[in-house]
Design a protein around this ligand. Structure first.
Ligand code: NAP
Length: 320
Protein backbone atom coordinates (compact mmCIF):
# COMPACT_ATOMS: atom_id res chain seq x y z
CA UNK A 1 0.00 0.00 0.00
CA UNK A 2 1.32 3.39 -0.90
CA UNK A 3 1.74 5.78 1.99
CA UNK A 4 0.73 8.49 -0.47
CA UNK A 5 -2.53 8.77 -2.33
CA UNK A 6 -1.09 8.67 -5.85
CA UNK A 7 -3.21 10.17 -8.61
CA UNK A 8 -3.28 8.83 -12.17
CA UNK A 9 0.00 8.87 -14.09
CA UNK A 10 1.40 7.54 -17.39
CA UNK A 11 4.94 6.43 -16.55
CA UNK A 12 7.10 5.46 -13.59
CA UNK A 13 9.96 7.31 -15.30
CA UNK A 14 10.41 9.61 -18.27
CA UNK A 15 13.98 9.86 -19.54
CA UNK A 16 14.75 13.06 -21.44
CA UNK A 17 17.69 12.65 -23.82
CA UNK A 18 18.89 10.11 -26.36
CA UNK A 19 22.63 10.05 -25.65
CA UNK A 20 24.72 7.52 -23.70
CA UNK A 21 23.27 8.63 -20.31
CA UNK A 22 19.66 8.49 -21.47
CA UNK A 23 19.97 5.17 -23.27
CA UNK A 24 21.83 3.50 -20.41
CA UNK A 25 19.06 4.63 -18.05
CA UNK A 26 16.59 3.27 -20.60
CA UNK A 27 18.31 -0.14 -20.85
CA UNK A 28 18.30 -0.55 -17.06
CA UNK A 29 14.73 0.73 -16.70
CA UNK A 30 13.25 -1.52 -19.37
CA UNK A 31 15.19 -4.55 -18.13
CA UNK A 32 13.89 -4.08 -14.60
CA UNK A 33 10.29 -3.62 -15.74
CA UNK A 34 9.91 0.05 -14.81
CA UNK A 35 7.22 1.62 -17.00
CA UNK A 36 9.45 4.06 -18.84
CA UNK A 37 9.39 6.43 -21.81
CA UNK A 38 12.58 7.79 -23.39
CA UNK A 39 12.14 11.08 -25.24
CA UNK A 40 14.84 11.72 -27.83
CA UNK A 41 15.25 15.34 -28.94
CA UNK A 42 13.81 16.20 -32.35
CA UNK A 43 15.82 19.39 -32.83
CA UNK A 44 19.12 18.17 -31.35
CA UNK A 45 21.32 15.10 -31.64
CA UNK A 46 23.62 13.63 -29.03
CA UNK A 47 27.14 15.05 -29.42
CA UNK A 48 28.47 11.51 -29.52
CA UNK A 49 26.74 10.79 -32.83
CA UNK A 50 29.05 13.25 -34.57
CA UNK A 51 32.24 11.91 -32.96
CA UNK A 52 34.40 10.07 -35.45
CA UNK A 53 36.24 7.64 -33.22
CA UNK A 54 35.78 6.55 -29.62
CA UNK A 55 38.73 4.46 -28.60
CA UNK A 56 38.45 4.51 -24.81
CA UNK A 57 35.04 2.91 -24.32
CA UNK A 58 35.77 -0.33 -22.43
CA UNK A 59 35.13 -3.58 -24.23
CA UNK A 60 35.63 -2.15 -27.74
CA UNK A 61 39.41 -2.51 -28.25
CA UNK A 62 39.40 -1.46 -31.92
CA UNK A 63 37.43 1.74 -31.29
CA UNK A 64 34.05 2.64 -32.74
CA UNK A 65 32.34 5.52 -34.51
CA UNK A 66 30.05 7.53 -32.17
CA UNK A 67 26.95 7.07 -34.33
CA UNK A 68 27.51 3.30 -34.49
CA UNK A 69 27.98 3.10 -30.72
CA UNK A 70 24.68 4.91 -30.14
CA UNK A 71 22.91 2.50 -32.52
CA UNK A 72 24.15 -0.36 -30.32
CA UNK A 73 22.86 1.37 -27.16
CA UNK A 74 19.50 1.86 -28.86
CA UNK A 75 19.30 -1.73 -30.11
CA UNK A 76 19.99 -3.02 -26.60
CA UNK A 77 17.27 -0.74 -25.14
CA UNK A 78 14.75 -1.87 -27.78
CA UNK A 79 15.61 -5.52 -27.08
CA UNK A 80 14.35 -4.94 -23.54
CA UNK A 81 11.21 -3.23 -24.88
CA UNK A 82 11.97 0.41 -24.02
CA UNK A 83 9.35 2.84 -25.31
CA UNK A 84 11.05 5.62 -27.32
CA UNK A 85 9.66 8.72 -29.01
CA UNK A 86 11.29 11.61 -30.86
CA UNK A 87 9.98 14.95 -29.66
CA UNK A 88 11.19 18.06 -27.88
CA UNK A 89 10.34 18.57 -24.22
CA UNK A 90 9.07 22.11 -23.74
CA UNK A 91 8.35 22.18 -20.00
CA UNK A 92 8.35 20.16 -16.79
CA UNK A 93 6.30 21.07 -13.77
CA UNK A 94 4.44 19.74 -10.77
CA UNK A 95 1.91 21.46 -8.55
CA UNK A 96 1.07 21.71 -4.89
CA UNK A 97 -2.01 19.49 -5.18
CA UNK A 98 -0.04 16.63 -6.82
CA UNK A 99 3.60 17.17 -5.84
CA UNK A 100 4.62 13.61 -6.74
CA UNK A 101 3.49 13.90 -10.34
CA UNK A 102 5.72 15.59 -12.90
CA UNK A 103 3.92 16.91 -15.99
CA UNK A 104 6.23 16.61 -18.97
CA UNK A 105 5.00 18.75 -21.86
CA UNK A 106 6.14 17.84 -25.37
CA UNK A 107 5.39 19.73 -28.59
CA UNK A 108 2.00 18.11 -29.16
CA UNK A 109 1.20 16.07 -26.04
CA UNK A 110 2.00 15.79 -22.38
CA UNK A 111 2.62 12.91 -19.97
CA UNK A 112 2.51 12.45 -16.22
CA UNK A 113 5.41 10.64 -14.55
CA UNK A 114 6.48 9.75 -11.02
CA UNK A 115 10.11 10.44 -11.88
CA UNK A 116 12.14 12.22 -14.55
CA UNK A 117 15.71 11.58 -15.67
CA UNK A 118 17.40 14.67 -17.10
CA UNK A 119 19.92 13.37 -19.64
CA UNK A 120 19.78 16.33 -21.99
CA UNK A 121 23.52 16.70 -22.65
CA UNK A 122 25.25 19.81 -23.90
CA UNK A 123 25.93 21.65 -27.14
CA UNK A 124 29.02 23.29 -28.66
CA UNK A 125 29.93 26.79 -27.50
CA UNK A 126 30.28 29.56 -30.08
CA UNK A 127 33.36 31.78 -30.18
CA UNK A 128 31.24 34.89 -30.79
CA UNK A 129 33.65 36.78 -33.03
CA UNK A 130 32.92 38.77 -36.21
CA UNK A 131 32.46 36.44 -39.19
CA UNK A 132 31.51 33.38 -37.15
CA UNK A 133 27.78 33.59 -37.85
CA UNK A 134 28.23 35.08 -41.30
CA UNK A 135 30.34 32.16 -42.55
CA UNK A 136 28.48 29.36 -40.74
CA UNK A 137 28.33 26.48 -43.22
CA UNK A 138 30.67 28.38 -45.59
CA UNK A 139 33.93 27.58 -43.87
CA UNK A 140 32.97 27.63 -40.19
CA UNK A 141 32.30 24.25 -38.64
CA UNK A 142 31.77 22.63 -35.23
CA UNK A 143 32.08 19.06 -36.52
CA UNK A 144 35.20 17.64 -38.17
CA UNK A 145 33.54 14.29 -38.80
CA UNK A 146 30.76 15.99 -40.76
CA UNK A 147 32.80 18.56 -42.67
CA UNK A 148 36.43 17.34 -42.68
CA UNK A 149 36.22 15.70 -46.14
CA UNK A 150 35.38 19.11 -47.70
CA UNK A 151 38.88 20.31 -46.83
CA UNK A 152 41.01 17.82 -48.73
CA UNK A 153 44.43 19.40 -49.46
CA UNK A 154 43.36 22.71 -47.91
CA UNK A 155 44.57 24.68 -44.90
CA UNK A 156 42.30 24.70 -41.86
CA UNK A 157 42.50 26.17 -38.37
CA UNK A 158 41.19 24.63 -35.18
CA UNK A 159 40.41 26.77 -32.13
CA UNK A 160 40.70 25.31 -28.60
CA UNK A 161 43.08 23.34 -26.44
CA UNK A 162 40.84 20.62 -24.97
CA UNK A 163 40.35 16.96 -25.85
CA UNK A 164 37.81 17.80 -28.52
CA UNK A 165 40.06 20.32 -30.30
CA UNK A 166 43.01 17.92 -30.45
CA UNK A 167 41.03 14.84 -31.32
CA UNK A 168 39.25 16.66 -34.14
CA UNK A 169 42.50 18.30 -35.32
CA UNK A 170 44.09 14.85 -35.59
CA UNK A 171 41.09 13.62 -37.56
CA UNK A 172 41.35 16.62 -39.90
CA UNK A 173 44.93 15.64 -40.82
CA UNK A 174 43.33 12.82 -42.86
CA UNK A 175 42.14 15.46 -45.30
CA UNK A 176 43.73 18.87 -44.83
CA UNK A 177 47.27 19.72 -45.95
CA UNK A 178 47.86 21.77 -42.78
CA UNK A 179 45.99 22.09 -39.49
CA UNK A 180 46.85 25.14 -37.35
CA UNK A 181 45.65 24.92 -33.75
CA UNK A 182 45.06 28.32 -32.16
CA UNK A 183 45.04 28.23 -28.39
CA UNK A 184 44.63 31.13 -25.96
CA UNK A 185 47.25 29.81 -23.50
CA UNK A 186 50.66 28.13 -23.80
CA UNK A 187 49.43 24.90 -22.20
CA UNK A 188 46.87 22.42 -23.41
CA UNK A 189 43.96 21.14 -21.37
CA UNK A 190 43.74 17.96 -23.46
CA UNK A 191 44.80 14.48 -22.28
CA UNK A 192 48.51 13.62 -22.49
CA UNK A 193 48.03 10.96 -25.18
CA UNK A 194 46.29 13.43 -27.51
CA UNK A 195 48.96 16.05 -26.82
CA UNK A 196 51.74 13.61 -27.73
CA UNK A 197 50.01 12.59 -30.95
CA UNK A 198 49.41 16.21 -31.95
CA UNK A 199 53.00 17.27 -31.23
CA UNK A 200 54.38 14.49 -33.43
CA UNK A 201 51.87 14.93 -36.26
CA UNK A 202 53.70 16.76 -39.06
CA UNK A 203 50.58 18.42 -40.47
CA UNK A 204 49.72 20.11 -37.14
CA UNK A 205 51.15 23.47 -36.10
CA UNK A 206 50.34 25.39 -32.93
CA UNK A 207 49.84 29.11 -32.45
CA UNK A 208 50.12 29.68 -28.71
CA UNK A 209 48.81 32.52 -26.52
CA UNK A 210 46.58 33.65 -29.33
CA UNK A 211 42.95 34.59 -29.74
CA UNK A 212 41.01 34.31 -32.96
CA UNK A 213 39.40 37.74 -33.24
CA UNK A 214 37.82 37.65 -36.70
CA UNK A 215 37.00 35.26 -39.51
CA UNK A 216 37.59 36.83 -42.90
CA UNK A 217 36.46 36.01 -46.41
CA UNK A 218 34.03 36.99 -49.12
CA UNK A 219 31.56 34.31 -50.12
CA UNK A 220 33.57 31.68 -48.26
CA UNK A 221 36.18 31.81 -45.50
CA UNK A 222 39.67 32.76 -46.67
CA UNK A 223 41.41 33.27 -43.33
CA UNK A 224 41.39 34.39 -39.73
CA UNK A 225 42.82 37.30 -37.75
CA UNK A 226 44.63 36.25 -34.61
CA UNK A 227 45.76 38.49 -31.74
CA UNK A 228 48.69 37.64 -29.50
CA UNK A 229 47.34 37.84 -25.94
CA UNK A 230 50.55 39.38 -24.57
CA UNK A 231 51.68 41.85 -27.24
CA UNK A 232 48.29 42.46 -28.85
CA UNK A 233 49.95 42.05 -32.29
CA UNK A 234 47.54 40.87 -34.95
CA UNK A 235 48.48 38.24 -37.55
CA UNK A 236 46.49 36.79 -40.41
CA UNK A 237 46.42 33.09 -41.17
CA UNK A 238 45.15 31.83 -44.51
CA UNK A 239 42.63 29.04 -44.15
CA UNK A 240 39.56 27.78 -45.94
CA UNK A 241 38.12 26.01 -42.92
CA UNK A 242 37.73 27.14 -39.30
CA UNK A 243 36.80 24.47 -36.78
CA UNK A 244 35.71 25.76 -33.37
CA UNK A 245 35.96 23.50 -30.30
CA UNK A 246 35.90 25.77 -27.27
CA UNK A 247 33.76 23.78 -24.85
CA UNK A 248 30.09 23.22 -24.30
CA UNK A 249 26.89 24.70 -22.90
CA UNK A 250 24.50 22.35 -21.09
CA UNK A 251 20.93 21.88 -22.37
CA UNK A 252 19.30 22.74 -19.07
CA UNK A 253 16.95 25.66 -19.85
CA UNK A 254 13.84 23.55 -19.18
CA UNK A 255 15.12 22.84 -15.66
CA UNK A 256 16.17 26.39 -14.82
CA UNK A 257 13.18 27.18 -12.59
CA UNK A 258 12.87 23.82 -10.86
CA UNK A 259 16.42 22.57 -10.20
CA UNK A 260 19.56 23.99 -8.63
CA UNK A 261 22.15 24.66 -11.34
CA UNK A 262 25.78 25.69 -10.98
CA UNK A 263 27.26 28.91 -12.42
CA UNK A 264 27.81 27.20 -15.79
CA UNK A 265 24.18 26.04 -15.94
CA UNK A 266 24.96 22.38 -15.13
CA UNK A 267 22.52 20.47 -12.89
CA UNK A 268 23.80 19.90 -9.35
CA UNK A 269 23.27 16.36 -8.03
CA UNK A 270 24.42 14.20 -5.16
CA UNK A 271 26.48 11.08 -5.83
CA UNK A 272 23.29 9.11 -6.50
CA UNK A 273 22.20 11.55 -9.23
CA UNK A 274 19.43 13.09 -7.07
CA UNK A 275 18.80 16.73 -7.93
CA UNK A 276 17.34 19.46 -5.70
CA UNK A 277 13.79 18.36 -6.67
CA UNK A 278 12.29 15.10 -5.38
CA UNK A 279 11.66 12.74 -8.30
CA UNK A 280 14.08 14.39 -10.75
CA UNK A 281 17.47 12.79 -11.35
CA UNK A 282 20.23 13.96 -13.70
CA UNK A 283 22.83 12.04 -15.71
CA UNK A 284 25.57 12.68 -18.25
CA UNK A 285 26.95 15.91 -19.70
CA UNK A 286 24.11 18.11 -18.36
CA UNK A 287 25.20 17.29 -14.79
CA UNK A 288 27.81 19.26 -12.81
CA UNK A 289 30.82 16.94 -12.59
CA UNK A 290 34.51 16.66 -13.29
CA UNK A 291 34.84 14.24 -16.18
CA UNK A 292 32.53 14.06 -19.20
CA UNK A 293 33.00 10.85 -21.15
CA UNK A 294 30.72 8.26 -22.73
CA UNK A 295 31.62 5.83 -19.98
CA UNK A 296 30.87 8.33 -17.18
CA UNK A 297 27.59 9.30 -18.88
CA UNK A 298 26.61 5.63 -19.04
CA UNK A 299 27.54 5.19 -15.36
CA UNK A 300 25.45 8.23 -14.44
CA UNK A 301 22.51 6.85 -16.42
CA UNK A 302 22.58 3.54 -14.54
CA UNK A 303 22.86 5.31 -11.17
CA UNK A 304 20.10 7.80 -11.99
CA UNK A 305 17.54 5.19 -12.99
CA UNK A 306 18.41 3.03 -9.98
CA UNK A 307 17.78 6.02 -7.69
CA UNK A 308 14.55 6.73 -9.58
CA UNK A 309 13.47 3.11 -9.14
CA UNK A 310 14.05 3.26 -5.36
CA UNK A 311 12.16 6.56 -5.23
CA UNK A 312 9.19 5.20 -7.21
CA UNK A 313 9.03 2.04 -5.06
CA UNK A 314 8.95 4.25 -1.97
CA UNK A 315 6.13 6.33 -3.44
CA UNK A 316 4.15 3.22 -4.32
CA UNK A 317 4.82 1.66 -0.91
CA UNK A 318 6.68 -1.24 -2.53
CA UNK A 319 10.14 -0.68 -1.05
CA UNK A 320 11.73 -3.40 1.08
P1 NAP B 1 36.99 21.82 -22.70
O1 NAP B 1 37.74 20.70 -22.05
O2 NAP B 1 36.15 22.71 -21.86
O3 NAP B 1 38.06 22.69 -23.50
C1 NAP B 1 37.67 23.85 -24.14
C2 NAP B 1 38.91 24.51 -24.73
O4 NAP B 1 38.50 25.69 -25.40
C3 NAP B 1 39.92 24.90 -23.67
O5 NAP B 1 41.22 24.65 -24.13
C4 NAP B 1 39.65 26.40 -23.49
O6 NAP B 1 40.83 27.11 -23.18
C5 NAP B 1 39.21 26.80 -24.87
N1 NAP B 1 38.28 27.94 -24.84
C6 NAP B 1 37.14 28.08 -24.12
N2 NAP B 1 36.55 29.26 -24.40
C7 NAP B 1 37.34 29.87 -25.31
C8 NAP B 1 37.25 31.11 -25.97
N3 NAP B 1 36.23 31.97 -25.78
N4 NAP B 1 38.25 31.44 -26.83
C9 NAP B 1 39.27 30.58 -27.06
N5 NAP B 1 39.40 29.40 -26.45
C10 NAP B 1 38.44 29.04 -25.59
O7 NAP B 1 35.99 21.28 -23.86
P2 NAP B 1 36.11 20.00 -24.81
O8 NAP B 1 37.47 19.86 -25.37
O9 NAP B 1 34.96 20.10 -25.74
O10 NAP B 1 35.88 18.78 -23.82
C11 NAP B 1 34.67 18.74 -23.05
C12 NAP B 1 34.67 17.46 -22.21
O11 NAP B 1 34.57 16.32 -23.07
C13 NAP B 1 35.94 17.29 -21.40
O12 NAP B 1 35.60 16.74 -20.16
C14 NAP B 1 36.75 16.32 -22.21
O13 NAP B 1 37.63 15.55 -21.44
C15 NAP B 1 35.65 15.45 -22.83
N6 NAP B 1 36.14 14.85 -24.10
C16 NAP B 1 36.88 13.71 -24.03
C17 NAP B 1 37.40 13.14 -25.19
C18 NAP B 1 38.22 11.90 -25.08
O14 NAP B 1 38.49 11.42 -24.01
N7 NAP B 1 38.72 11.33 -26.15
C19 NAP B 1 37.15 13.72 -26.43
C20 NAP B 1 36.42 14.89 -26.47
C21 NAP B 1 35.93 15.46 -25.30
P3 NAP B 1 41.54 26.99 -21.74
O15 NAP B 1 42.23 25.66 -21.74
O16 NAP B 1 42.45 28.15 -21.70
O17 NAP B 1 40.42 27.07 -20.72
Amino acid sequence: MSKFNLPEYDYDAIIIGGGPAGYTAGIYAARSGLKTLLVEGAATVSQITITDLIENYPGIPDGINGFDLMQLFKKQALNFGLEIITNDVLAIKNNIATPFIWDVTLEDKSFKALSVIAATGARWRNLEVPGEQEFAGRGISYCATCDGPFYRNKNVVVVGGGDTALQEALFLTNFASKVTIIHRRNRLRAAEILQKRSFTEKKIEFVWNAKLIEVTGQEFVTGVKVADVESGNINEIEAEGVFIFVGRIPHTDIFRNILKLDAGGYIITDENMRTSAAGIFAAGDCRAKQFRQVVTAAGDGANAIYSAELYVEELKGESY
